[in-house]
Design a protein around this ligand. Structure first.
Ligand code: ZN
Length: 365
């Protein structure tokens, strides 16, 4: 373990030096990246407008929360609806999956809801959102057909698919019907179709099982790598770097990510550092923050900031995680900091938008 950490420190130092020497150049390229870039502090690659009972923030109110801080947002609801089972919780109406033993089920209407919210905005306001399709069942061979139908019903709206989940602590086991799997051909159909259209994919898949034994290989890592390898032409953001609330980063987590990021076979793979449960681990100690910062400084093009907030009520609560990451922002070099907050988001979604529009024009109904 000591050796890889030492190596990162060394390389980060070299990167810092390089960044310091070429700072004016970096600033210039940062400005050219997007005309909006300078106006805002960050973009949010991971945001749920609605919650597990499909209720949430009015999109016009949310724009006010974005304010002058957040430039662009990858916008989606939640594909799963928590059933209110009277048998299970009686008069208590659960709003979160941990509040009842009743099952979750796929709620496809979320995509229409998000599309209609987007369409209620002015053109200028729309430009600040990249809506994502999530209302499909990833165990269904017909899932890709749902995505196609949404694109054809709401052309000009969506840029990607997700966040959808395969292995997710406490959630996967509660979903009604077949259990999702990384080896299911239905998932391959989804990722193939995303590549064909040019959709960005945001996938949640815990790298490991909850409370894994120290030293054991992460349970779903090999299957996830095989999946990523099968889809080299699909742009994939692996949400939360594969961490969960109790799927905790085992010591090797940074080394595992570095191995993926250093392998040209995975050049289509990116990671988001969204969710306060992830921030909790990253900023836990000066050492954990340093390890994360070194990794990001080493691979500055491959990480995206996201909030993973669900239906926020104020800018303060919406951006809480952004400020929690202050110790991390301080340790990133200027180039990496700009890319993680904005540059990588804008590069990926600016590539996706025209591709999806072209596909829609060619497949208009
Ligand atoms: Zn997630």
């Amino acid at each position: 373990m000591k050796q890889p950490f030492g190596l990162w420190r060394h390389q980060a130092a070299r990167l810092l030096l390089a960044a310091g020497l070429s700072l004016p150049m970096l600033c210039a390229s940062g400005t050219a990246q997007s005309k909006n870039s300078d106006q805002y502090e960050l973009d949010d690659s991971h945001f749920h407008l609605t919650n597990y009972i499909q209720e949430g923030t009015d999109i016009h109110d949310f724009l006010k929360m974005m304010g002058t801080k957040v430039g662009r947002v990858a916008l989606f609801g939640i594909p799963l609806q928590q059933q209110w089972s009277y048998e299970n919780s009686g008069d208590y109406a659960p709003t979160y999956y941990l509040q009842t033993d009743a099952p979750l089920y796929y709620y496809s209407f979320t995509d229409a809801y998000i599309a209609m919210g987007y369409r209620s905005l002015s053109r200028e306001e729309q430009a600040r959102f990249d809506p994502m399709i999530t209302g499909f069942n990833p165990t269904d061979m017909y899932a890709a057909d749902h995505i196609r139908r949404v694109l054809q019903t709401f052309p000009g709206v969506f840029s990607g698919i997700g966040e959808f989940s395969i292995h997710k602590e406490f959630v996967s086991a509660k979903v009604a019907g077949e259990t999702a799997s990384l080896t299911n051909p239905a998932l391959d159909r989804i990722l193939d179709f995303a590549a064909e259209v040019g959709l960005v994919v945001l996938i949640h898949n815990d790298m490991d099982v909850p409370f894994a034994k120290e030293g054991s290989p992460p349970a779903y890592l090999a299957q996830m790598k095989a999946l990523l390898r099968r889809h080299p032409n699909t742009t994939i953001i692996w949400a939360h770097t594969g961490m969960g609330r109790v799927v905790r980063p085992i010591k090797n987590h940074a080394a595992t990510l570095a191995e993926i990021l250093g392998d040209p076979a995975f050049k289509n793979v990116f990671f988001d550092i969204s969710w306060d449960e992830v921030a909790k681990y990253i900023i836990a100690t000066p050492e954990s923050t340093r390890i994360a910062a070194d990794l990001i400084n080493r691979f500055p093009d491959r990480f995206l900031f996201g909030t993973d907030e669900v239906a926020p009520k104020s800018q303060e609560s919406y951006l809480k995680i952004y400020y929690e990451y202050d110790p991390l922002w301080k340790l990133l070099n200027p180039d990496a900091r700009e890319k993680v907050r904005k540059g990588n988001y804008e590069r990926l979604f600016d590539q996706a938008r025209p591709k999806v529009r072209t596909w829609e024009a060619a497949h208009a109904k």
